[in-house]
Design a protein around this ligand. Structure first.
Ligand SMILES: [Zn+2]
Length: 400
């Protein structure tokens, strides 16, 4: 069967950058070698010395291109997936916002149909793949709600999880404030079903996080954002979520790497402590990503609220805080490199690390024969020139 040969590239392989060719067969990486001769039917893409790296995996994203996953329609979901593919994302985890159950279940239903439909017929896919869904709320601490609508926050319970997520099919990550009553049982229930219980939007103390880790919590959602840090009580220092994230090696973290949520020094500090293998880059992007600045609705068109996109960030209308980001994964990689972290590490935090956190490391996240041919071509300034999903070119900068 005819394939595609990506020739004359600098590839990010397991042991670093290397000049090589890569042959795609049947949607997967077939061979990687210094000089591969194409078969007569193979298409050839001359990379002209550009870098070819594993496609980016965004574990936490709400929208882009004017659409939000909570809009719930197939058209909206495809718009977000197409928009982020332009910036190198090949797999994303659509992330819900705190909302009434009917809105969350409607979205989950559409996402499941789309995932299974595209798996049966990959030619329908014209943007990033949906890896699995991230349910962010409604089980969050009211004091750390951030831009999540406090009117719909609830205490966690297994019965509610079961009702909302069913068998958990297609859901990988669920963010819960671990200090809330019922959080521990929910983490155990999620772990049994192979999902990832994540801690976030939380005022937990380090002691509470220690208990939560014993219940199965393994990940922290947008590290630093909407979470507790050291507090003083009659002089005593009580460490919070941030310190727990640093201390516990079994906990992985994700960081919004737009350069605004966390300054370069904090990005470097997180990386210094957690390392490339435990720190994933995410966008947490809302519908204004990939769009001109202006006013956009955060969350669903029906129930969301308007926020202002200016200076490369989304802000609450009173400008008291951020309301998600307009980051894209290529910008996250450039930000981390500008913060002084090596390109190789930045790229792995955008691919191999999230793949492992999500349990898809045997299929994606690296350039290796047998893995899905999800690829990004980057120019010298780390701009995306081409995005390939399952061997299909879904974005080519030459065609816009
Ligand atoms: Zn979010």
């Amino acid at each position: 069967m005819a394939g595609t040969l990506f020739a004359n590239g600098i590839l990010l392989l397991d042991d670093g950058f290397s000049r090589a060719d890569l042959l795609v067969r049947d949607g997967r990486i077939g061979r990687i070698a210094p000089a591969i001769a194409p078969e007569p039917d193979d298409a050839v893409v001359d990379l002209c010395g550009d870098r070819l790296v594993p496609g980016f995996i965004d574990m936490h994203v709400h929208g882009g291109g004017g659409a939000d996953f909570m809009d719930g329609s197939e058209g909206a979901i495809r718009t977000v997936c197409r928009t982020h593919a332009r910036f190198g994302t090949t797999t994303l985890c659509p992330t819900t916002l705190t909302a009434p159950d009917d809105e969350i279940t409607a979205f989950l239903g559409t996402a499941r149909d789309l995932m299974s439909g595209d798996d049966r017929d990959p030619s329908r896919r014209d943007g990033a793949r949906i890896g699995s869904v991230h349910v962010e709320g409604p089980w969050l601490a009211p004091s750390q709600a951030g831009a999540q609508d406090p009117a719909y926050l609830l205490s966690p319970s297994v019965a509610h999880l079961e009702r909302l997520l069913g068998a958990c099919d297609g859901v990988s990550t669920v963010t819960i404030a671990p200090e809330l009553d019922g959080a521990c049982e929910c983490a155990e229930w999620l772990t049994e079903r192979g999902a990832l219980p994540a801690m976030g939007h939380s005022d937990a103390t380090l002691a509470q996080v220690r208990d939560a880790v014993a219940c199965g919590f393994r990940h922290m959602t947008h590290f630093y954002s909407a979470m507790s840090t050291v507090k003083r009580d009659r002089g005593y220092r009580i460490p919070g979520m941030v310190e727990a994230g640093y201390l516990f090696d079994e906990v992985t973290v994700e960081t919004i790497a737009d350069g605004s949520h966390l300054p370069h020094e904090l990005l470097r500090l997180v990386w210094k402590v957690k390392g490339t293998g435990r720190m994933a880059l995410v966008t947490d992007a809302m519908r204004g990503a990939g769009m001109p600045e202006g006013t956009y609705r955060l969350g669903s068109l029906k129930r969301g609220r308007d926020v202002i996109v200016e200076d490369g960030v989304a802000r609450l209308p009173d400008r008291s805080g951020f309301a998600g980001s307009v980051c894209t994964m290529d910008r996250a990689v450039r930000t981390v490199v500008a913060a002084g972290i090596a390109l190789e590490d930045a790229l792995r935090m955008a691919s191999a690390t999230p793949a492992r956190i999500l349990g898809m490391q045997d299929r994606r996240g690296r350039l290796r024969p047998g893995l899905d041919a999800d690829l990004v071509r980057l120019d010298g300034e780390l701009n995306v020139r081409m995005t390939v999903v399952g061997g299909r070119i879904v974005f080519d900068a030459r065609n816009g």
